[in-house]
Design a protein around this ligand. Sequence first.
Ligand code: NAD
Ligand code: WQD
Length: 340
Amino acid sequence: MKKILVTGGAGYIGSHTVVALHAEGFQPVIVDDFSNSSESVLGGLRAIVGTDVPVHRIDCNDKAAFRQVFEREGDIAGVIHFAAFKAVGESVQKPLAYFRNNVGSLLVLLELMQEFKVWNLVFSSSCTVYGVPDQLPVTEETPTKPASSPYGRTKQMGEDILRDVDQAPGNQFKTVLLRYFNPIGAHPSGLIGELPLGVPQNLVPYITQTAAGIREKLTINGDTYDTPDGTNVRDYLYVGDLAQAHVVAIKRLLTLTWPVVETYNVGTGRGNSVLEVVKAFEKATGQALNYSIGPPRSGDVPAIYADVTRSAEQLGFRTSTSLEDALASAWRWQQNLSNE
Ligand code: NAD
Ligand code: WQD
């Protein structure tokens, strides 16, 4: 079994990717400091995959501790680097923490991968690198824009660092940069899913918490945008599909020879408005949602969705889960959480 180190493997996307890796015959090894996840995820993972997933509880910025992981694990075929802070608003308040964690941990990881000659890397990037795009859908060639938040800048810096390192002599890094659009939903078992701390900033957790009665109502952030119904448009993809994209990317890296830096959009290729998501949630779950229209949220991109031609043609990857099914899975997860 090929061993894949999954930094941030206890987090939302990481935990689903651990399941997908296991299902395809890989041995995932989690590296996580649980700064934004709960140990309870490990029980969910065990129940889903039928065995304990190895875990190293360390901060990826702690080089000495991280080096011990490489030493103890031995033969590592590749790394998927999810570990990062991801709250856009918080990054404006705490930019240093974001640069330290997101850029710093990547540098430590790359130095250790070089030291231990582990050359295959999948990096979590984001559609945030496109900013407000001039045309839709966005392809990987669509020019990136100066990021509107320190968080976004950490993703752009991460991409730049990886492209530079890849070109440099003396190493053989092979890298896939995955630019995720908006991941939603949870594992069909309802055993793992998104665990937002405090008031959710993202749309789908806010919707499910409203339906569960934890929030009084959803406020839709503006309905006067230049979009078909005036609300923002995004490309919402099922987290299980996104997890699968990582497996496909790792498999591809294992077949390629250096040099490789490939960038892929990971989305559905469709845009849905906030109102459409609300309606799809109501239809998928039978829950009537209390919502009202509020003012626009500062810094929001009016509309963005992916052109997925490259990921379909080169990676052979397409999403397969509908918006309604993804929303139904998010609701199942919320109900499980509320019943705990
Ligand atoms: P998450 O917060 O649920 O998962 C991140 C995990 O990394 C957490 O378990 C956290 O404890 C861990 N972590 C953070 N810093 C660490 C460190 N220094 N050392 C060890 N572990 C650390 O987030 P997620 O939604 O699963 O996102 C995963 C990755 O995908 C992130 O890099 C994020 O920026 C990127 N991304 C997320 C989205 C999204 O909408 N969720 C979209 C685009 C990109
Ligand atoms: C989606 C839509 C909101 C909450 C974020 C990050 C981005 C990337 C993806 C990581 C928007 C609207 C939301 C609410 C609402 N992440 N909304 N009421 O803004 O596309 O992007 O996730 O890389 O960097 O910024 O996602 O889920 O916050 O919002 O009307 O209570 O829902 O205004 O139009 P977003 P989101």
